[in-house]
Design a protein around this ligand. Structure first.
Ligand code: ZN
Length: 168
C-alpha cells in the first residue's frame, strides 16, 4: 500500500464512468489501502476516489472527522464500494476543493442529507444517513465515479469559482 499520484484536471481519465466491483479480493483490498494512504497524505483532504489515481472502479474513501466542518458530525472513515444514493433531501451551497483541481475552489449546490448504500471494505452491505459536510463530501467523491468534477457543478462561473492561494 502506498501513496499514489493524483491525476489532475483535465486528464481524460477523470471524465470516465467507472465500473462496478464484484467482490473485495486482495487486489481490491490493496487498492483501498492505496486510496487511504493517498487521502491521508493529501493536505486537508477528506476523500479520494479510485479514478483520481487512474483506476476506473467504483470505489471511494471519505473521512471528514479531522476537518473542522465535519468533526462533530461524521461516520469516521468510510470505504465505499459501488455506492448508491437511495434518498436525498435539503439543499445548500458549500465551497468545494479537489485534489485533482489544486488551483481552484468553487461554490456547489448539493443535497444536505443523503442516504447511501454501499459495500464496505469487508464486503458487507451498509446503509448510512449522512448530513451536511459529510453528505457533501460523499456526493463529491461519488461524482468522480461518474466522471463529474465539482467544476461541472459550479453555481456560477462568474461568481462561484475561486483561485486557491494555498492548499491548506
Ligand atoms: Zn475531488
Amino acid at each position: 500500500m502506498s501513496v499514489q499520484k493524483i491525476l489532475l484536471y483535465p486528464n481524460p481519465n477523470l471524465k470516465k464512468i467507472a465500473h462496478s466491483v464484484d467482490k473485495i479480493d486482495p487486489e481490491i483490498s490493496e487498492l483501498i489501502g492505496d486510496l487511504l494512504d493517498t487521502m491521508y497524505a493529501g493536505p486537508g483532504s477528506v476523500g479520494v476516489a479510485a479514478p483520481q489515481i487512474g483506476v476506473n472502479l467504483r470505489i471511494c474513501v471519505i473521512d471528514v472527522s479531522k476537518n473542522r466542518n465535519g468533526k462533530d458530525n461524521n461516520h469516521g472513515l468510510l470505504v465505499m464500494v459501488n455506492p448508491e444514493i437511495i434518498a436525498r433531501s435539503g439543499s445548500g451551497i458549500m465551497r468545494e476543493g479537489c485534489m485533482s483541481v489544486p488551483d481552484y475552489t468553487g461554490d456547489v449546490e448539493r443535497a444536505t442529507e443523503v442516504t447511501v448504500k454501499f459495500m464496505d471494505g469487508n464486503q458487507e452491505i451498509v446503509e448510512i444517513v449522512a448530513t451536511d459536510f459529510e453528505a457533501v463530501a460523499i456526493q463529491h467523491e461519488m461524482d468522480h465515479l461518474d466522471g463529474i468534477l465539482f467544476l461541472d457543478r459550479i453555481v456560477s462561473l462568474k461568481t462561484g469559482l475561486f483561485r486557491r492561494k494555498s492548499y491548506k
